[in-house]
Design a protein around this ligand. Structure first.
Ligand SMILES: Nc1ncnc2c1ncn2[C@@H]1O[C@H](COP(=O)(O)OP(=O)(O)O)[C@@H](O)[C@H]1O
Ligand SMILES: [Mg+2]
Length: 495
């Protein structure tokens, strides 16, 4: 108990008051005393007590009168009558008036304590019940407050919010949603989702979430267009108390301006890259003519300088080509020509092209393919993948390294692996290496030039083929990139 049970003893006999005090204090109760009814009433006005022990025959104000008053004012406090007569009649009268129990003088200690303990227990239980009741009311109030707050927040949001139930009916939406979807007029909930969102892909997503096709802790993000606007829709399941899917929640953002800016940026980069490429190619050609001595012999130093210039031009051309490739991938134009492609000969071609470069660094290139068959793919894209991965393997391997490229069919997929015995990649860098322009800068990569676009291009091409790429690496030991591309069966032919 967090506080002591407080008992008020009302009796005109000092011996009784003192006796009660002693016994009850000894049992851990807190005791107050009053020598007559009036004093008891005054005390009750100032203090909260848990139990009243009340004598009947007292001067100034009788016990009966006190009982009557407390019944009205403090109906929850149990009153135990102390009676000198011990007659059943008086006791019954008081009980009828609402007293909790009675004890007779002279007290028998056991009996006395038993009665007091019972009253204390009753009082404590009642208090507990009341505090539960109060807490329940408070919780209901808080809940109500929370609901109304949430409603205000949702209604004030600039993003559209749409909540559906199990039957994919919209049960909650905000004004922003109506604005973004260009719906005028009032929409009464619930209304079937089709009547609000005119986008099949989003509806498919919501159905997928509802039927448990998408994982329950997953957010599905997709772009949809509504009129002239481009919207980003982020959808997730609404979960019930037992973690079951009870509906879906979608938040819609207006990203029209971002999209437009993005297009402008891509157009600009494309334009600049194109404009730079042609003059660079002619400068390279002219320098090569000079370098090869076609316009007269050159001295060693002149050759050296021109050679360095050509190398720089090649780096610039590489950057420009990478930028143009990335732009194409981002516009979704990468895979245009998918034909049955012989991956094995693409691997062999790439390796023989890169062999001279590898040889210069004392690196051995090998390939092994088994169980191969043509894959429906864009040969230029595959070439780009192989070229980037093998070039990286050469660039990031010390002298004497080994690089192996393997290809094989695994069920529905073609697996291509490029493994090297190079410098490796720290595990915290691994998630970042596919980002555009990301390059690892450390002692070992310092002397390698590059754009940081190679792996972004590789990933883009792989994904446009609906494939996947992953990487495993051990620093100082080597790295393996593994690509899985779906082998698309041609109509009428067995796989
Ligand atoms: N085979 C590899 N071994 C070790 N590090 C690699 C390998 N391939 C890529 N990396 C790391 O990933 C980074 C990103 O690669 P990439 O996108 O091709 O850019 P770039 O080669 O132009 O730097 C590289 O800078 C390099 O640090
Ligand atoms: Mg690279």
């Amino acid at each position: 108990m967090d506080h002591k049970t407080k008992i008020l003893v009302v009796d005109d006999e000092q011996v009784v008051r003192e006796g009660c005090s002693r016994v009850l204090t000894g049992k851990g109760y807190e005791v107050l005393t009053a020598e007559n009814g009036q004093k008891a009433v005054d005390l009750l006005n100032q203090e909260t007590v848990d139990i009243i022990l009340l004598d009947l025959k007292m001067p100034v104000m009788s016990g009966e009168e006190v009982l009557e008053k407390t019944r009205v004012q403090y109906p929850d406090i149990p009153v135990i009558i102390i009676t000198g007569h011990g007659t059943v009649d008086t006791a019954v009268d008081c009980m009828k008036q609402g007293a909790y129990d009675f004890i007779t003088k002279p007290f028998q200690i056991d009996q006395f304590l038993l009665t007091i303990n019972r009253a204390a227990e009753k009082r404590a239980l009642e208090k507990k019940a009341r505090s539960y009741e109060e807490e329940k009311l408070r919780n209901l109030y808080d809940l109500d407050l929370e609901k109304s707050r949430l409603k205000t927040i949702i209604n004030c949001m600039a993003d559209g919010v749409m909540v559906t139930n199990r039957n994919l009916e919209v049960v909650l939406h905000n004004p922003a949603l109506m604005r973004l979807l260009e719906i005028s007029g009032k929409v009464e909930n619930p209304v079937f989702v089709n009547q609000i969102v005119d986008d099949k892909a989003l509806r498919n997503t919501l159905e997928g979430i509802q039927t448990g096709v998408s994982a329950r802790d997953e957010f599905v993000s997709q772009e949809i267009s509504a009129g002239k606007m481009v919207l980003r829709a982020i959808s997730a399941p609404a979960l019930g108390p037992d973690d079951e899917v009870v509906g879906t929640v979608t938040v819609l953002q207006d990203i029209t301006a971002f999209r437009r800016l993005d297009e402008m940026k891509s157009d600009f980069v494309n334009m600049v890259a194109h404009e730079l490429r042609s003059p660079l190619i002619s400068i390279r050609q002219q320098n090569t003519v000079l370098l090869e001595g076609l316009l007269g012999p050159l001295e060693e130093r002149q050759k050296e300088f021109l050679g360095k210039g050509v190398k720089k031009i090649d780096q610039l051309l590489e950057l420009i080509n990478d930028l143009l490739d990335i732009a194409k991938i981002e516009e979704g134009k990468q895979v245009q020509r998918r034909v049955p492609t012989d991956i094995e000969s693409l691997i062999k071609d790439t390796l023989s092209l890169l062999k001279p470069r590898a040889k210069k660094q004392g690196i051995i290139l090998t390939d092994s393919c088994k169980n191969m068959k043509p894959v429906h793919a864009d040969p230029k894209g595959i070439e780009e993948i192989l070229n980037n991965l093998v070039t990286n393997a050469i660039n990031y391997s010390p002298e004497g390294g080994r690089i192996e490229v393997t290809g094989q069919i695994l069920g529905e997929y073609m697996e291509i692996k490029v493994s090297d015995t190079g410098v490796g990649i720290d595990s915290e860098e691994l998630p970042k290496i596919f980002d555009k322009f990301y390059r690892i800068k450390n002692q070992k990569t310092r002397n390698v030039t590059g754009t940081g676009l190679g792996l972004a291009i590789v990933k883009g091409v792989v994904e446009s083929h609906n494939g996947t790429i992953d990487v495993e690496s051990v620093p100082e030991k080597g790295t393996t990139f593994r690509i899985l591309l779906p082998v698309i069966r041609e109509e009428g032919k067995s796989p």
